[in-house]
Ligand binder design. Structure first.
Ligand SMILES: *Cc1c(COP(=O)(O)O)cnc(C)c1O
Ligand code: SF4
Length: 357
């Protein structure tokens, strides 16, 4: 049996299995026993947890907490609202649309790691919302919509599907003349790097008119190992670029040190930071949410100017009307008829002539 399938079959998703990996606290035990929620991770990702520290950044993404029952700021039926599922346009359940030229195509609700902060919690973790993931129905809709040029395959985690299913998806999408790119959003390079097998590489590799891009999700430097580096390298060898979409999470990566280390370490394993997301107002994840400006401040004080330009993600708020960038905006100190006064990361000032239109 392939190692990745073994990893999924031995998912750490019961108290007994978890107790073999870490020292489970009384609070954690009670939460696991009483909350009706899907949880679990791969033995590989579980092995990265700190056995003695309940505040471990990996542990907090994996183990259910009573805080998930609190909901002060979360929006009810969040996913329906966020993915414009009730706005009149007739679309299959699998297609979420916010833009004219691209859509998110949900193909499964299964994941290798059931992230506690998931904004698709209602669908993936709490299982209160059920959608129909009919791949052929989604493909047919895309075929009929000639304005769509970019399809983002998501879930759940689409790399949980078999090689054959992934091959089918890519092949069928590439047969659609108006498609120019295919993207996968998958956490497998981080939570299940074993998934990037020679079999999957065969499906992904080779020059083609329609390229495949991958975005993964890594939220803390401790999630990155030698295995991550190998998995990313294998994807790159297939001609697949790998980006990161981190989520800004309170107590996990919202301090300068963690935020900066994460972005430097991503580059060291060839992952290009793409987005940092504000933690969305989905229900039951208030405890992970920071003030909105936090992400921009961290970029201002920890990344821009302080480290490699390639390590700079775009900070965005994902909303029902698309992603809204919220980057630091302190750079222009003054603008007058003659010049701009600009500030750099150290607080030094410089000027630039103001050229009239
Ligand atoms: C995030 C998202 C996209 C892709 O956005 P990019 O900014 O192009 O990465 C497309 N459609 C939906 C519904 C999305 O949520
Ligand atoms: S892998 Fe993605 S879809 Fe799955 S639980 Fe984590 S954040 Fe949610």
């Amino acid at each position: 049996m392939e190692e990745w399938i073994e990893q999924l079959q031995n998912s750490i998703n019961t108290l007994d299995r978890l107790e073999k990996v870490i020292h489970v606290t009384e609070r954690e035990r009670q939460a696991i026993e009483s909350l009706q929620t899907k949880w679990g991770t791969t033995p590989y990702f579980a092995s990265l947890m700190d056995p003695d520290d309940p505040a471990c950044p990996i542990r907090r993404q994996v183990i259910p907490s009573f805080k998930e029952k609190e909901n002060r700021y979360g929006i009810k039926d969040y996913l329906i609202f966020k993915e414009n599922r009730a706005n009149g346009e007739n679309r299959p359940d699998s297609i979420a649309r916010q833009y004219e030229d691209r859509v998110a195509f949900t193909v499964t609700d299964m994941c290798a790691n059931y992230c506690r902060h998931c904004f698709r919690k209602e669908l993936v973790v709490d299982r209160e919302l059920t959608l129909r993931f009919d791949v052929d129905e989604g493909l047919q809709w895309i075929r009929e919509h000639v304005e769509i040029r970019d399809v983002l395959i998501t879930g759940g985690d689409p790399f949980i599907l078999s090689d054959d299913k992934i091959e089918y998806l890519i092949r069928k999408l590439r047969e659609i003349p108006h498609l120019q790119m295919i993207r996968f959003g998958t956490r497998t390079p981080i939570v299940l790097p074993q998934r990037i097998t020679p079999g999957l590489m065969k499906v992904l590799e080779g020059f083609h008119r329609v390229p495949v891009w991958v975005n993964t999700q890594c939220n803390h430097a401790r999630e990155i190992t030698e295995k991550t580096a190998q998995a990313v390298y294998r994807l790159l060898r297939c001609g697949v670029n790998v980006g990161n979409q981190a989520v800004l999470l309170k107590g996990i990566n919202d301090d300068m040190e963690s935020f900066q280390t994460l972005h430097k370490k991503l580059l060291s394993v060839r992952i290009r930071p793409y987005y940092v997301f504000y933690c969305e107002p989905a229900p039951g994840i208030d405890h992970f949410r920071t003030p909105v400006e936090k992400g921009a401040q961290l970029i201002r004080d920890g990344l821009r100017g302080h480290t490699t330009g390639l390590a700079q993600p775009m900070y965005v708020i994902a909303t029902n009307i698309g992603k809204i960038p919220l980057m630091p905006d302190y750079y222009i100190v003054e603008k007058n008829a003659g010049e701009y006064v600009l500030r750099n990361y150290k607080g030094q000032l410089t000027t630039l002539p103001n050229i009239p239109e």
